[in-house]
Every structure is written in structure tokens, then in C-alpha cells.
Design a protein around this ligand. Structure first.
Ligand code: DC
Length: 234
């Protein structure tokens, strides 16, 4: 017998969490939820409205104006996942370096985190979700039946991110990208509110020397095991 579960995938910036989570969700016929996209959408909103993330009162006034939804087109191959900010598709814009440079700062604001965590818990209420982020296994769904913690060497991550950004026309250099990743790792792991940390019961996958298909296959196998064994978990 097998049951519906939540698959929580956490880890450092740029180690392939999102692409892995999407492929796993597709294979399991689960919904993919990109929690980082939510923090990116908040950051984009603040930038668009010239709100400095350091001005907490302005950030708090802005929060109720921000509506974030995911629009999935599962029938496309591969499925299309779009992040919508107040009705507008911002899936590409939220990946810009201008957003990446401020997102860790924005996501360290406790009130922003509370709002996003509430949304994430609602989205996972029916289970059958694969959610990736930094605190999914430790904070959003501490009882998730499968928790994966992904890591990879910094320079390897920067190379992968550079390829992705180049495909979108970005000219950011390897050094700039590596610096941004390292700085985000630093802020994400050192913030007081739910920092990035491996959950004690998470299974670590170092993807430095893994092919994409191998890491996807590993997570699918773990998910199938969790569906048939972890009966006390979500
Ligand atoms: O996964 P990503 O790189 O798109 O995430 C962008 C930022 O959002 C990342 O630097 C840290 C933050 N984040 C977070 O604090 N908690 C999450 N669950 C997901 C992302």
C-alpha cells in the first residue's frame, strides 16, 4: 500500500533543487512548489515600488498588497510553471540578478517569512507536493515523509547557474555569480529566523559529480520508499 506524501527539498542556492524538484513532481504526478520564487516575487514587488527592504515599516505596509500564485500547465511537455505576482507572469523577471542580489535580505525579514510559510502550508495541505527551498524540512513541513538536502561545490554551482542565465541573455560573469551564491549561502545560513540547515532526518545528496538524471532518479526512489514506509509522517 502506498500513501500521498510531501517531498521537501532543501539546500544551497544553485545546486539544482528546482530542476530536480520539477522532474520528480512530474514523475510522481505531484504538484511542484517553488518556495524561493515566492521570496523572489516579494523582492521584485519591493524593487518595482522603490521600497528599500531595510525600511521595515514600508515592507510591512506592502505585504498585504502582494498576491502570489503559481500557474501550472501540466499538459505541456515539460510542464510549464509560472509565478504570478498580482496577476502578472513574473517567472523570468524574478530570476534577474537585481532580484537575486536582494532576495536573501528580504527573505530574512521574519514577517515576510511568516506570510510565505502560511501560504506554503496551505499549498501543501492536501499533500502530493514537491516543495523546494531552504526551510521546508525544518520549518514548513517538519513532518514531511521525505526530506532531501542538496549540496554541491560552489564553483560547480556557479557554472550551472551561468549556463542558465546565459540562456536568458544575461552577461553576468562566473565571478559575479559565484559571489552572489556565496553571499546568499552566508545570509541564508546565518539568519536568525529559520536559517538554512540540514534537518536531522534529511537525506543529503551532493550533486557535484552527479548527472541530472541520476539525482532525479535518487529522489524518486527515496519518495517511492517513503510512500510505503513512513506512515507516521506527512
Ligand atoms: O531557491 P532560490 O534561489 O530561488 O531562493 C531565493 C532566495 O529565497 C534564497 O536566497 C533564500 C530564500 N529562500 C528562503 O529563505 N526560504 C525558502 N524556503 C526558499 C528560499
Amino acid at each position: 500500500m502506498s500513501k500521498d506524501i510531501i517531498v521537501a527539498i532543501d539546500g544551497y542556492s544553485g545546486c539544482g533543487k528546482s530542476s530536480t524538484a520539477k522532474a520528480v513532481a512530474q514523475a510522481l504526478n505531484y504538484t511542484y512548489i517553488d518556495s524561493g520564487a515566492m521570496y523572489r516575487a516579494v523582492t521584485l514587488y519591493l524593487l518595482q515600488h522603490n521600497i528599500d527592504p531595510a525600511h521595515l515599516d514600508e515592507v510591512l505596509n506592502a505585504l498585504p498588497q502582494i498576491d502570489i500564485r503559481f500557474v501550472t500547465k501540466p499538459t505541456s511537455t515539460p510542464p510549464i510553471y509560472e509565478t504570478h505576482l498580482n496577476g502578472e507572469n513574473v517567472e523570468q523577471t524574478i530570476r534577474d540578478m537585481s532580484v537575486s542580489e536582494r532576495v536573501s535580505e528580504v527573505s530574512a525579514i521574519p514577517q515576510v517569512r511568516h506570510a510565505m510559510v502560511n501560504l506554503q502550508r496551505n499549498m501543501g495541505a492536501e499533500k502530493r507536493v514537491v516543495m523546494d527551498g531552504r526551510d521546508i524540512g525544518t520549518n514548513v513541513f517538519p513532518k514531511a515523509a521525505l526530506k532531501v538536502f542538496m549540496s554541491a561545490d560552489l564553483i560547480e554551482r556557479a557554472h550551472r547557474r551561468k549556463e542558465e542565465l546565459e540562456a536568458k541573455g544575461s552577461t553576468a560573469t562566473l565571478e559575479e555569480i559565484a559571489e552572489n551564491l556565496a553571499e546568499r549561502d552566508r545570509i541564508d545560513t546565518s539568519r536568525t529566523e529559520n536559517p538554512l540547515v540540514k534537518a536531522v532526518d534529511a537525506i543529503e545528496i551532493d550533486t557535484t559529480h552527479l548527472e541530472f538524471d541520476e539525482q532525479v532518479e535518487k529522489v524518486i526512489t527515496l519518495a517511492q520508499e517513503a510512500m510505503t514506509t513512513n506512515y507516521t509522517k506527512l
